[in-house]
Unconditional design. Structure first.
Ligand SMILES: NC(=O)CC[C@H](N)C(=O)O
Length: 332
């Protein structure tokens, strides 16, 4: 028989490690209560597909995920993937910010070995809990030679998605993880990964970011666009000393007359300004709804505001030149 892959499971909390009062408790349960060994013990079937070992890195609900958690996680993943006896890593994670952690790792993991983020929508104590099957599939995926070099992957609901594209799109359903417009990468079916495409933007071993010596990241915040918007939020962030601002604008990253002067002021004070869109899909065109050349702003391409925030933080660890930042938004 073929040698089984060695897969390390890094547990961070979330609903997959959650427990409720009864088997029908699917809201109002407590996230992040069950430890990693218990998660592993609940899926003995994993032993037939991999040599699995676990490690509890955090035990949190993912709305509390922070830059510091990400730095710690990225360093640990890089350490593990540098070992010959680790073939892949699975990270159990709350679903609320799973798309953000996966994109952060997509830009900071220095290996072609598979990294798979997994979560669940129902707590471990629920009828038809989705955690065990999702974890089982994630372990198979992380051990698949076919998953190598495709960047950080997200797998729930028998689907495989790319870290850069995927987003939580529904508050409660099992099929909440979707990649609007561009679609998923493949399926998990019958104990096997089926891939149909690969991400074409730079990632993991081909990315230029290095967090190995960092213990903090530049402060980057998001301001939201809407009808009747005012400049209060931009001014508050400016006063708080941000290094960068992502504007989650309406439409193609449009700027209201009430907000544009505030962003211009921010840029004059050295804050990097990125125009993104709140629409959920599509490209924010450079020099489209605003003259980025003249304003010295950056267009987010098709990154969601929350993912643009991550790329901007990492970009600001390397440069303060807006053209360089724009290059990165074209390449990642
Ligand atoms: N389904 C979930 O994992 C959501 C639980 C929690 N809010 C979290 O993101 O950790």
């Amino acid at each position: 028989a073929d040698k089984l892959p060695n897969i390390r499971i890094l547990a961070t909390g979330g609903t997959i490690a959650g427990s409720g009062a009864t088997s029908t408790t699917t809201v109002g349960y407590t996230a992040a209560t069950v430890g990693v060994q218990k998660l592993i013990d609940a899926v003995p079937e994993m032993k037939t597909v991999a040599n699995v070992s676990g490690e509890q890195v955090f035990q949190i609900a993912s709305e509390n995920m922070s830059n510091e958690h990400w730095l710690k996680l990225a360093k640990r993943v890089n350490e593990l993937l540098g070992q010959d006896d680790v073939d892949g890593v699975v990270i159990t994670h709350g679903t609320d910010t799973l798309e953000e952690t996966s994109y952060f790792l997509n830009l900071t993991v220095k290996s072609k070995k598979p990294v798979v983020l997994v979560g669940s929508m129902r707590p471990s104590t629920a009828i038809s809990a989705d955690g065990p099957i999702n974890l089982y599939n994630a372990v198979i995926l992380a051990g698949s030679p076919d998953a190598r070099g495709r960047g950080v992957l997200v797998s729930l609901n028998d689907q495989i998605s790319a870290a850069r594209e995927v987003s939580k799109t529904n508050t409660s359903t099992m099929d909440t993880f979707r990649s609007p417009d561009l679609g998923m990468l493949g399926y998990m079916q019958g104990n096997k990964a089926y891939f149909y495409r690969s991400p074409s933007r730079r990632h993991t071993a081909d990315a230029e970011f290095d967090v190995s010596k960092l213990d903090r990241l530049p402060q980057v915040d998001i301001v939201y666009g809407y009808a009747n918007v005012n400049r209060v939020a931009v001014d508050a962030h400016l006063k708080a000393g941000v290094a960068g601002l992502v504007h989650a604008g309406v439409g193609n990253g449009s700027l209201a007359n009430t907000v544009k002067p505030a962003l211009v002021d921010a840029r004059k004070q050295g804050v990097m300004v990125v125009r993104a869109s709140r629409t959920g899909s599509g490209i924010v065109t450079r020099n489209g709804e605003a003259n980025d050349d003249e304003l010295d702003f950056v267009a987010a391409d098709n990154l969601s505001p929350q993912k643009a925030r991550i790329l901007l933080m990492l970009a600001l660890t390397k440069t303060r030149d807006s053209r360089e930042v724009q290059r990165m938004f074209r390449e990642y």
